[in-house]
Design a protein around this ligand. Structure first.
Ligand code: C5P
Length: 420
């Protein structure tokens, strides 16, 4: 039987641990729990003990407990240590290597992988100190799940800080226990040094970005206001998370992301060709603002303005739908197809309809009405639309949106075991 040592931290989300223990037990996974002092302000050791069917450890200097099962054994007898909710304070103490209570002493003594599920107020999560601690812990080999975006326990507060849902944590735990390096969350135990395999390691991520330019003649074209910032941020985030990345970019004024293979194209038809050539991919993110129409017969030479003559009229024809083509293809369809929907009205309703019509797995919808500052700006407020429903993500930088999206994508692939 696989064993998880669950360290319950002191946050409102602690109550979710009761459900977490149940779900793990249903899967035949043994759960032993440690509760911090603060955790006991939220739920009682009695409830945790009853559900886990094990004695709950709470005290480093509990003689009775030490005799039965010492903290070193607690640390060693598990296949995985899970910290949930991982509060800002607990993460700080973990990052520093403290050992002044049972939870931190065990975390320092353990040699098995550690998974942390942070939960805290969004301001605490985005604080530089917390982010520094998380980076430190990631570097030390600690795995993270969440936090997710959404409503907080504090009335009227929303942002990134909610603990990952129990189902997400369970599936991540199963992936880690399976130790399947292809799950994207595997690890190597080399003489007690853990090398973390990033979430998208071994995956190929294809991203389209920027506008397209549709020629009217050799000097003029039809374009749109897309800057490419969101698409490029997605390519960069995918790279950071360990993927091999192909970015198909329309004409933009921003630099190519580092470590990414970039194909520069101008028109929608060139973009489709480049996308086809880059397949197969595990994930395809269509963030480009592809022109819906092109000029049917662009002028071979510059169209001249003749005195007294009527202005030329442009006949337009429809461009290929790149996303639609890729999402509906049988062979070589990426396991996860993600679209963007830039709308100015009834954003979510349109996105839901589009998701179904185009056979897209996920749609990231945003309002690009004038004044919103999305086009060309550095921030974005999006609605994340899947078959399961709609999540309203808080206002985030485009880099944060990219990171959140791709971490979700990595978890989705790990859960679905799909790979090209
Ligand atoms: O333009 P629309 O809102 O329909 O775009 C929805 C999604 O479809 C976006 O992800 C966009 O990149 C993609 N798209 C495409 N090819 C087109 C039109 C849109 O890939 N010709």
């Amino acid at each position: 039987m696989k064993r998880v040592l669950l360290i319950i931290g002191g946050g409102v989300a602690a109550y979710k641990c009761l459900d977490l223990i149940r779900r793990l037990a249903e899967r035949g996974i043994g759960v032993r729990c440690i509760m911090t002092k603060a955790a006991q302000e939220f739920i009682t050791p009695l409830a945790v003990g009853a559900i886990s069917n094990e004695r709950v450890a709470t005290d480093l200097f509990d003689l009775e407990g030490e005799r039965e099962i010492g903290h070193i054994r607690l640390a060693r007898e598990a296949d995985l240590v899970v910290v949930a909710p991982a509060t800002a304070d607990l993460l700080a103490r973990m990052a520093q290597g403290h050992a002044n209570d049972l939870a931190t002493a065990v975390l320092l003594a353990t040699r098995v992988p550690v998974l942390a599920a942070p939960a805290m107020n969004p301001a605490m999560w985005s604080h530089k100190a917390t982010q520094r601690n998380v980076r430190q812990l990631e570097g030390d080999g600690v795995h993270f799940i969440g936090p997710n975006a959404g409503e907080m326990a504090e009335k009227g507060e929303a942002g990134v800080g909610r603990m990952a849902e129990v189902a997400e944590i369970v599936s991540r735990i199963e992936g880690l226990l399976a130790g399947d390096s292809d799950s994207g969350f595997g690890f190597l135990n080399v003489s007690n040094v853990r090398t973390v395999r990033p979430v998208l390691a071994g995956r190929h991520v294809l991203v389209t970005s920027g506008p397209t330019h549709e020629p009217i003649d050799p000097v003029r074209y039809i374009a749109n206001r897309s800057s490419g910032k969101q698409g490029h941020a997605i390519a960069a985030a995918a790279r950071r998370l360990g993927a091999r990345v192909t970015l198909i970019s329309g004409p933009v004024q921003i630099a190519d992301p580092e470590g990414v293979e970039v194909r520069h194209v101008e028109t929608a038809r060139e973009m489709l060709e480049a996308v086809e050539a880059a397949l197969p991919a595990d994930i395809a993110v269509f963030a480009a603002a592809v022109a819906d129409w092109r000029v049917a017969a662009p002028g071979r030479g510059k169209i001249k303005k003749a005195a007294g003559a009527a202005p030329p009229s442009l006949e337009l024809v429809e461009n290929p739908d790149i996303l639609g083509t890729i999402a509906k293809r049988g062979a070589k369809r990426p396991a996860l197809v993600i679209g963007f929907a830039a709308e100015t009205q009834t954003v979510v309703e349109n996105a839901k309809a589009k998701r179904k019509a185009k056979a897209i797995d996920w749609i990231v919808a945003n309002d690009v009405s004038e004044g919103g500052g999305v086009f060309g700006g550095d921030r974005n407020r999006v609605h994340f639309v899947t078959a399961e429903g709609v999540e309203d993500w808080p206002d985030m930088s485009k880099a944060e949106v990219a990171d959140a999206l791709l971490k979700r994508a990595g978890a989705y692939l790990a859960q679905n075991r799909a790979s090209v």
